[in-house]
Ligand binder design. Structure first.
Ligand SMILES: Cc1cc2nc3c(=O)[nH]c(=O)nc-3n(C[C@H](O)[C@H](O)[C@H](O)COP(=O)(O)OP(=O)(O)OC[C@H]3O[C@@H](n4cnc5c(N)ncnc54)[C@H](O)[C@@H]3O)c2cc1C
Length: 390
């Protein structure tokens, strides 16, 4: 009997710890971070919560213990992502190991000692800069160049909108080192955000304010050769490997956000009366709740299955793309309909519905759009010769 859907006792206990943290520590600050997330005070609150999460062992779950992580698997990371997002709508505390795991997997010893350890201590804020103003989906056609000149690479170009620009001390940037080689010509670098030649700008996002969306312009930015992560030309492969599991976690985040909206709605429709009956007695209401719940529960379990596959070292490109697009779209539709079923009160900041919609609106775009996810799935099902952009 190898098929087993049960979490271990330790995982169930861990879920309770994260849930308690989310309800007691995060919930009171949702609106505050939404309002001030792009300002210093909001960012300081996020940092304070991150510190608490770190002390509880909720962060850096898939990082080995020798680097200060929890040495847990991806399913356990999924539990944390789910519990935090059910309350907050997304994961506010440092992306749960994602950047740390990237540095661990692809960085050399010196980079791990310098950057990874600082990240785990909370002394470093790190961002990822892939998207360019000319387009994010077609990553391989990126324009940013990193030309080797002796002991440095010289960076020219622009990245944006990307997360963390307001706060990052450093960021991982993907740039062309051999433009003529296409996907094989992209390399990754870790860059100190205060290096001369970097000009920053900021966006006012409609949701996920704590992301600090903005952009970087690079004019003659010198990056020491030792800051290149992995081999020259391997950037795209590292990036796609990272996206594979990050997208499955992202899917869980979204499903949890939608389920959080349904939890509140169910309480609401039991009490709110129209035409002498609780709203929950009307078939139209009940059916919609049932439909959203079914989609989100199915999405949730598919995300766990994908993370379970990752824990077993199986390939998950297709599965994680399915998690990402389906969960984000199902959750956005659920959140939108929850607002409708509550009526006007949910169109105000009395309820979290409008907040969840703004949060989830970004989820169908960030880390690869719904359309790109379908291209990935199509490629895996039909074969590489069927990708539409070739
Ligand atoms: C909340 C949030 C956080 C983000 N954080 C980061 C970050 O930290 N780092 C980073 O680098 N980027 C980040 N991004 C940017 C994100 O990765 C890009 O927005 C995304 O990859 C899409 O790129 P684009 O916005 O340039 O849209 P485009 O690539 O210009 O596409 C525009 C639209 O056309 C569709 N489209 C494009 N090509 C096709 C096609 N062949 N067939 C059908 N439809 C197509 C797309 O799906 C999209 O809907 C973030 C975005 C959001 C919303």
């Amino acid at each position: 009997m190898p098929l087993d859907f049960e979490f271990t006792d330790e995982q169930e206990l861990f879920r309770k710890v994260v849930r308690t943290f989310a309800q007691n520590e995060l919930a009171p600050w949702v609106r505050y971070i939404d309002k001030y997330g792009e300002e210093k005070q909001g960012h300081e609150k996020v940092k304070e919560l991150e510190e608490k999460a770190r002390r509880l062992g909720i962060q850096f779950l898939v990082l080995p213990k020798e680097y200060g992580g929890a040495g847990e698997g991806y399913v356990t990371a999924g539990i944390a992502a789910e519990e935090l997002s059910r309350v907050f709508g997304t994961v506010p505390v440092g992306g749960i190991s994602t950047f740390a795991r990237f540095l661990y997997e692809y960085g050399n010893q010196e980079q791990k000692d310098r950057w990874l350890r600082a990240l785990v201590r909370g002394d470093l804020e790190l961002g990822f800069a892939i998207t360019e103003p000319s387009g994010g989906s077609d990553v391989v056609s990126m324009q940013t160049r990193a030309e080797r000149k002796g002991d440095v690479y010289v960076l020219e170009g622009e990245k944006g909108p990307v997360g963390g620009v307001r706060w990052s001390d450093a960021f991982v940037v993907f740039a062309k080192t051999s433009p003529e080689k296409g996907a094989r010509g992209v390399s990754a670098f870790i860059v100190d955000a205060n290096t001369p030649g970097i000009d920053k700008y900021y966006f006012n996002a409609i949701g996920r304010k704590h992301y600090g969306l903005g952009g970087y312009r690079f004019r003659g930015v010198e990056i020491p050769v030792e800051n290149r992560i992995g081999e020259e030309g391997k950037g795209i492969y590292m990036l796609f490997g990272f996206f594979d599991w990050a997208r499955a976690l992202y899917g869980l985040e979204c499903a949890a956000c939608g389920l959080g909206a349904l939890d509140e709605l169910i309480d609401f429709v039991k009490n709110r009366k129209t035409f002498g009956q609780p709203l929950g007695k009307w078939e139209s209401i009940q059916f919609r709740i049932s439909e959203h719940y079914t989609r989100l529960e199915m999405a949730r379990w598919y995300c766990y299955r994908t993370l379970w596959m990752k824990d077993r070292g199986l390939p998950i490109s297709k599965e994680s793309a399915m998690c990402k697009w389906f969960s984000s779209e199902a959750a956005l539709a659920a959140a939108n309909d929850c607002l409708q079923m509550k009526g006007a009160v949910a169109y105000t900041d009395e309820c979290l519905d409008e907040y969840r919609i703004r949060t989830l609106r970004g989820s169908t775009i960030g880390e690869g759009t719904t359309e790109m996810m379908k291209i990935v799935i199509g490629r895996e099902l039909l074969g590489k010769e069927f990708v539409p952009y070739r």
